[in-house]
Design a protein around this ligand. Sequence first.
Ligand SMILES: C[S@@+](CC[C@H](N)C(=O)[O-])C[C@H]1O[C@@H](n2cnc3c(N)ncnc32)[C@H](O)[C@@H]1O
Length: 232
Amino acid sequence: MTIPGQLEERVNDSGFALAAVSAPPGSPAERTPAQRSNLLTLTALGYQSWREQSLTLLTGRPLPLSREAAYFGALCRPQAGQAWLDIGTSSGFYAGVLARAGARVLACDISPAMLKVAARRETSPLIQYALLDAERSGLPDQSFDGVTIGATLNETARPRQMLAEAARLLRPGGQLWLMTLARDGSGLQAALGRFGGLSFPDEAQLHAWLPQLEAVGSWRRANVLFGQWIKA
Ligand SMILES: C[S@@+](CC[C@H](N)C(=O)[O-])C[C@H]1O[C@@H](n2cnc3c(N)ncnc32)[C@H](O)[C@@H]1O
């Protein structure tokens, strides 16, 4: 793996280092309302409080971040020296978990406000932050040992494209970790899709969209789906 360590760094106006990458996010007009809402400073400042409770609220039973991190760690076992990409890092939850395991992380987001919050919360030198559209990253093939996508898939209008890009960036044997809200056929999801542009893939769609990857571990509580996939 060569990418994160070799990325040239630049310091943005907010004072934290951003990895210099070749695919800055496109215009806000291309974004779903959900993606656009994450560009707001207010959303970024409130995100971590929501994240700490979100899976408990969505599933109706306690599901703290510590349990999510433990489940991710037990299945994926990130190692020191590995290179991981965290797609849509927001406040840096998965990036932090990975760095504490010793992995190097390129933590990307299309929202400068989110990156600023993440860089303040998760300060490990193993993490590089990148303003990067993970649907068209421009990064070389097979650059990473692992990719995490924690709910970012739900926000894009092009979930298939995001997954194809993640698969392309994984080396053979590399792993993809997904935490996503699966389709439940509810009116609420239909409204969130219509007005927020959110996508709720079902499990069969995920399999169809990841033809080079095999699902090796999964856990579902209510409509929250966790899954570990390995690239052949
Ligand atoms: C629901 S939050 C996910 C938070 C984080 N992964 C976690 O588990 O806490 C989605 C994040 O993905 C970012 N995002 C949405 N579309 C993206 C894209 N195409 N490329 C990179 N980041 C994206 C948003 O700005 C937002 O910060």
